[in-house]
Design a protein. Structure first.
Ligand code: G3P
Length: 195
């Protein structure tokens, strides 16, 4: 159990690095907290007008999750990899450095899924891209894609992973409560619209 706790803490530390905030502060763009949704993720970084920073935020916020999983698996096996995945996701959505006011977890959810079971990550990517193409809503695409990974893990017989991803997906949905309200009201911003 101690090794799982260490993996969880290690994942949390990595996951809690807020790349969107760091990159936009270094670049001196508008403050993420004061534009668009106020979120620290790639979607809101895009609202600064800096596509390059948005892409870097997406990649780095995902990569920290993947790295946490792969390192934990290398040193301590599959249970530790899963603990690190939970840690990284929690670190991103509730980093102690930001008084627990973190991101919505989409990129990091994808990143840990890549590390844990890449076929489920393919399901995420396909559904996200398809939904984004047709609806132009980043949030709606992420909500659908998170469910798709759970379905994919179940369909491919990876039941432990399906349970873990379902828990993370529920947290992801909870973090999107404002987006869900705006989607229902018809006031959600579309991808690339400036904040
Ligand atoms: O990546 C989070 C996305 O699903 C929604 O972001 O900034 O539109 O709330 P945002």
């Amino acid at each position: 159990a101690l090794v799982l706790l260490i993996a969880l803490a290690f994942g949390y530390l990595l996951g809690s690095v807020p790349f969107g905030l760091l990159l936009t502060r270094f670049a001196g763009t508008k403050d993420l907290r004061s534009i668009g949704s106020g979120n620290i993720g790639a979607t809101n970084v895009l609202r600064t007008g800096r596509k390059d920073l948005a892409a870097a935020t997406l990649v780095l916020d995902a990569l920290k999750g993947t790295v946490a999983v792969l390192v934990a698996r290398h040193f301590a096996g599959e249970s530790a990899a899963m603990a690190a995945a939970v840690g990284a996701f929690l670190g991103h959505i509730a980093p102690v450095w930001l008084r627990f006011k973190g991101g919505k977890g989409v990129a990091t959810f994808l990143g840990v899924t890549i590390g844990l079971f890449w076929p489920a990550a393919i399901a995420f990517a396909v559904v996200w891209l398809g939904a984004a193409y047709y609806t132009r809503y980043s949030s709606l695409s992420a909500l659908m894609a998170s469910v798709a990974t759970v379905v994919a893990a179940m369909a491919l017989g990876n039941n432990n992973l399906a349970v873990l991803l379902a828990v993370l997906a529920i947290l992801l949905w909870l973090k999107h409560h404002e987006n869900i309200r705006r989607l229902l009201e018809g006031t959600e911003g579309k991808i690339g619209a400036k904040g």
